[in-house]
Design a protein around this ligand. Structure first.
Ligand code: FES
Ligand code: ZN
Ligand code: ZN
Length: 304
């Protein structure tokens, strides 16, 4: 196996591109994919104030590293979810990266700042933990960005994640979610812009990128995610990809290029958040009197 660019021995093949790369050219490949995603979806400008949602895993650390290399100046924010050793270990990886690369990492702690953890929320709601987890991440990272003057929150969702979410949304024809499934969710009153610059990179690539760049990341998967439907959808897509490399990318990018628009009711420029009210507790945009996060907090946080 030889590098497509320089013919030196390759260390990784990327079958959907029908290519293999040496370490240096693999890093170039990753940068090119992220640069292209940012450009194609008009995600941000170099002067934007961007904060990366850093979990300590391969995707978010690769994203942070790639954005800095591409000339952006993102800070990072780590949200402690209170998932035992897994969270402690994840935080250590995020902090180590920040120290080693001399970049700014902010930290939010669910237990001390909001009075509950994800395991407590799962127990209180009798629901899968990932629901409370996703809701808390979206809410708190958005609030953090708004409170600290960041224009944009960048997350490490990769091609595999997005294709699995798309498969789930298509299987249920969840048209609201399909309308919102996009690598850029523009800012609106009460919402910072959200972007996913890794949509053109698979998780195998973000892991290899970290290894080649010497980035030490949390290798364990979240212990609370076992049984999560998305993991099953990922397996299904991996089986298809094995038989026919490029399937995942064609599925996701075909949707974004040809179908996504058909699910959005409002023409470009129309602001869907205009009809939203404000949460009586925290002021976040919501369709109900009290937002979903504040309702979760009431159920999950032990009362004094
Ligand atoms: Fe959210 Fe595991 S990281 S439930
Ligand atoms: Zn090469
Ligand atoms: Zn609220």
């Amino acid at each position: 196996m030889k590098c497509r660019v320089c013919k030196a021995p390759a260390v990784i093949d990327v079958r959907r591109h029908n290519a293999a790369f040496c370490p240096d050219h693999f890093v170039t490949h990753c940068r090119d994919q992220v640069r292209r995603a940012i450009h194609d979806h008009d995600m941000m400008n170099p002067e934007d104030r961007v904060v990366v949602a850093v979990s300590g895993g391969k995707d978010s650390l690769a994203l942070w590293d790639l954005l800095v290399d591409l000339g952006y100046h993102p800070d990072g924010v780590y949200l402690g979810l209170g998932i035992g050793d897994y969270s402690d270990d994840s935080a250590d990886h995020a902090r180590a990266y920040a120290t080693e690369h001399d970049v700014t990492l902010h930290e939010i702690d669910l237990a001390t700042e909001q009075g509950f953890t994800i395991p407590a929320a799962a127990a209180a709601t009798h629901r899968a933990p990932c629901g409370a987890c996703g809701l808390s991440k979206r809410h708190l990272l958005n609030r953090f960005a708004l409170d600290h003057g960041y224009d944009t929150v960048a997350t490490g969702h990769n091609l595999d994640d997005e294709a699995a979410v798309l498969l789930g949304n298509v299987l249920r024809w969840d048209t609201d979610y399909l309308a919102r499934q996009h690598p850029v969710l523009p800012s609106a009153p009460g919402f910072a812009r959200r972007i996913k610059p890794l949509v053109r990179l698979g998780e195998r690539e973000s892991a290899a990128y970290c290894v080649i760049r010497g980035i030490d990341y949390q290798v364990d998967e979240c212990p609370m995610a076992a049984g999560n439907r998305h993991l099953y959808y990922k397996d299904v897509l991996n089986t298809l990809e094995q038989r026919s490399p490029g399937t995942k990318a064609a599925f996701l990018h075909g949707f974004l290029d040809h179908a996504h628009d058909r699910f959005t009711d409002h023409p470009d420029g129309d602001d869907p958040s205009a009809q939203l009210g404000r949460c009586a507790e925290c002021g976040a945009p919501t369709t109900t009197e009290v937002c979903a996060f504040c309702r979760l907090q009431v159920r999950a946080a032990p009362r004094p």
